[in-house]
Design a protein around this ligand. Structure first.
Ligand SMILES: Cc1ncc(COP(=O)(O)O)c(C=O)c1O
Length: 420
């Protein structure tokens, strides 16, 4: 089937476009590496971002269905025109109160929120400093303004300081919990550099809201840094189980952002039924602390069990647990071995990871129980000789670092390998 894709003549095809398409099919003749087998009901699934397991919560679905049935207020237009309709402003105020901020703006996706904030803040006079593991949408936003964008080593405040000393103050972009390797940003250290150098910090809380903090308010608020971090961004498609994004900042910035960020202006707004869904979701997320506690407990059990079985997942500090197999073919082999035994993760490869650090990401969530964790660990014991975690990059880097400095773990070992 795949070999036939694209055979239909489409008129003239530019050779440069054809080459790009052909090279994709040469790389993935049997389909893209991210796809494994079809998922069945008995599988233990760790591939989604519904960390609190509320995506199908009847209270949330009911509110959305009721809003759909009302059918009032729906205008299919850019949010520039519709923002004051359908409860959007009320929802934005609820997000702001939740996060201890002055204002929040609803965006169409986390991607649009990140792209928008970078586009609305960086430019020829304002460079961007981006952690090497930050999301592609941040780079995209800086690229559209022709800002100079500088990478800094993952979670390395000293390297950030060095880069800013060289190129001047700017916008610094980090993630609270990194989406591929599951470690935390050292926010105190990064913020100190921003404050010393007069730079402004953007924290992407996509994988932290809902999960971190007594009411799921994310890392910045949980650490008491809300008054010092000028901008926060998050996707609503993770623990908040919808389709949207949010930008958080001062009231003055929020008003500016609504009319100056290109995704806000040139793309249609979130619909009222989605706004109603988000409102219902936020209430569940804030109130049901037991869900967060369980995710944290299960994550800890899985991480500890994997470490005991020779899988170096020491980079992870959260519900995101990556099995970093190295080259794509190794990640695919690992994925197949897990799937054969009923465990479903998701393959991440370039451009989402460095090319030699493809991985299978396991996302722990509240829908799992102890028996599921036992099953995953049994499977990992069973397939260990087949997938050889002792040969993976973190283990190898860990062994050589341990022999010289005693330092083990991916977050530290990648610093030496990055391309700058
Ligand atoms: C850290 C981070 N930021 C932003 C996004 C984009 O969010 P969305 O899927 O809502 O566009 C994602 C999702 O891939 C993410 O992991």
């Amino acid at each position: 089937m795949l070999s036939r894709i694209g055979e239909q003549p489409l008129g003239a095809v530019l050779p440069s476009v054809r080459r790009r398409i052909d090279s994709h099919f040469e790389q993935y003749p049997n389909g893209h590496v991210v796809h494994g087998r079809a998922v069945v009901a008995s599988d233990v699934k760790l591939s989604g971002n519904d960390y609190l397991a509320i995506g199908n919560d009847p209270r949330i679905l009911r509110r959305q269905l009721d809003a759909l049935a009302e059918r009032s207020d729906v205008i299919f237009m850019s949010g520039v025109y519709t923002q004051y309709l359908g409860g959007q402003l009320r929802l934005e105020n609820e997000y702001a109160a939740w996060l201890g901020a002055e204002a929040a703006v609803l965006c169409q996706s986390g991607f649009a929120a990140n792209e928008g904030i970078m586009q609305a803040t960086t430019g020829p006079e304002t460079p961007a400093y981006i952690d090497m593991f930050a999301h592609a949408s941040v780079w995209q936003g800086a690229a559209v303004t022709d800002a100079q964008a500088y990478v800094f080593r993952h979670n390395d405040a000293e390297h950030l300081r060095h880069q800013i000393a060289k190129h001047g103050p700017g916008i610094v972009a980090v993630e609270a919990i990194y989406s591929t390797i599951g470690d935390f940003c050292p926010l105190h250290d990064i913020l100190a550099v921003c404050e010393e150098t007069g730079s402004m910090l953007v924290v992407d809380e996509s994988h932290a809201v809902g999960v971190i903090g007594a009411q799921g308010e994310g890392l910045v608020s949980h650490l008491g840094l809300a008054a010092r971090v000028p901008f926060r961004v998050f996707s609503l498609s993770k623990a908040l189980v919808g389709r949207g994004g949010v930008v958080v900042g001062s009231a003055r910035f929020a008003e500016y952002f609504r009319y100056e960020s290109t995704p806000s202006i040139f793309s249609s707004a979130v619909f009222p039924n989605e706004v109603a869904r988000f409102e219902a979701t936020l209430a569940v997320v804030r109130e049901e602390r037991h869900r967060r506690a369980r995710v944290s407990g299960l994550s800890e059990r899985l991480r500890t069990g994997l470490l005991q079985r020779g899988y170096d997942v020491s980079c992870s500090e959260s519900q995101i647990i990556p099995l970093i197999a190295g080259p794509e073919r190794e990640a695919a082999r690992l994925r197949d071995a897990l799937e054969t035994n009923g465990v479903i993760g998701s393959v991440f490869c370039a451009p989402a990871t460095p090319r030699n650090r493809s991985l299978v990401r396991l996302c722990v969530h509240n829908g799992l129980d102890d028996a599921d964790i036992d099953h995953i660990l049994e499977v990992c014991s069973k397939i260990r000789d087949q997938v050889r975690p002792d040969q993976w990059p973190a283990s190898r880097a860990g062994r050589s670092a341990a022999s010289s400095t005693g330092n083990v773990g991916m977050a530290s070992s990648t610093r030496g390998n990055a391309n700058f």
